[in-house]
Design a protein. Sequence first.
Length: 132
Amino acid sequence: MNATATSSAYRNLLAEVAPTAIHTEAENEEAIAQLECLTDKERLTTEEALLAELLAVLIEDFEEKHYQLKPATPVEALTELMAARNLRQKDLLDVFGQKSIVSEVLQGKRSLTTEHIRKLSEKFHVSPAVFI
């Protein structure tokens, strides 16, 4: 711990804000609001910068524990990308060549080929790993 972290100004700031481990969504929202107040300032004091860093660590810890995304299957990823871009099956003919192949892939009856993965990654501008 550096000297600034033990300064009376920092201790006073901690007493005022009283950051603690975050256990609920309400506590997380409060910590985010406190962090936003700090980051909205033009210039932070050294003590405020330390507090912002602490709040960011607490928020990140809570969110990693409570908002973990489950891994998506290649078809789920494709479906989500299509929805985000308002695409329909016919819009993927340039990738798959035939309506029946698009349909079978989206229904899970057919796996993506290496060529499909390459074309999808180019079309959606994402890593090929998304479809593996």
